[in-house]
Design a protein around this ligand. Sequence first.
Ligand SMILES: Cc1cc2nc3c(=O)[nH]c(=O)nc-3n(C[C@H](O)[C@H](O)[C@H](O)COP(=O)(O)O)c2cc1C
Length: 234
Amino acid sequence: MITVETIRERHSVREYDGKPLDQAEFDALGAVVEEYARESGLDIQLVGNNPEVFNVIARFGLIRGCRTHVAFVVDGAKAADATRAAVDEVIGYWGQKIVLAAQDMGLNTCWCALCSRKKSRAVVALGKKVRLVIAVGHGKTQGFPRKTKSVGALSSVECAKAPAWFAAAMEAAQLAPTAMNNQNFKITLLSDGRTVRIDAPQSGLNAIDQGIVRRNFEIAANEIGADWRWERDM
Ligand SMILES: Cc1cc2nc3c(=O)[nH]c(=O)nc-3n(C[C@H](O)[C@H](O)[C@H](O)COP(=O)(O)O)c2cc1C
C-alpha cells in the first residue's frame, strides 16, 4: 500500500547494483506502468537492459549501474508553452505514482532529465521523443534525506488557522522530488479552509515538479480523510 510512510522512505538513488530487475519485479512494475498509461492516456514504457540511456558526460547528477528505466514518450513537435506544461504536469503526477509503487515493491528510483534520451530503447514513433526517464533498480543504498525549504516558504494559508491535515499534506509535498531540488512551487490553502491552489512557474521542468508535488500532497491529505479539493484539476 502506498502511504505517507512510502513517501518518507523514498530518496533519489544514483548508484545501483548493475543487475537487471528479477523477472517477477519487471512484470509487476510493467503491469503498473501499463495500467497507469491506460488511465492517464500517456505513452509510458518500462524498458529493461538499456544502461546506455544513462551514459552522459556531466560532472554531477550521474546515474550508475542502472539497467532499467521508465520512459515518457511525447509529441516531438515544439508545442506552445501552456500545452507542454499541461502534459508535463500529467507526466509528473503519474510518474510519481510509478515511483512510489516501485518504492513499495522494494525498488529504488531517480527521476532523470539528464540522460541520453535517444539511446532509450523505448518504442518511439516518427515525430515523437522521450521527454525524460525514471531510473529503476536495486540501489547500493536507500539514498539520503536532503535539504528542503521550510513549509512556511512553500505554503501560505488564507483561513484563520492551518488545519492538521494541511500540515501533514505539506510535509508530503516538501518530501517530493523536484529537479535540482529546486522546490519551485507554492501551495495555498484558500479562505474556505478546504480549497487548495498549487502554483509553479511553467518553464523548464517546473510543471513536471508540480505534478509530482500534487501526487504527494493528495496521498497525505486523503490518508487522513480530509475534506478538501484542488482549486484546479489537472
Ligand atoms: C523532473 C526531475 C528531473 C530530475 N533529473 C535528475 C537528473 O537528471 N539527474 C539526477 O541525478 N537527479 C535528477 N533528479 C532528482 C533530483 O535531483 C532530486 O529529486 C532532488 O535533489 C531531491 O532529492 P530526493 O529525490 O532524494 O528527495 C530529477 C528530479 C526531477 C523531479
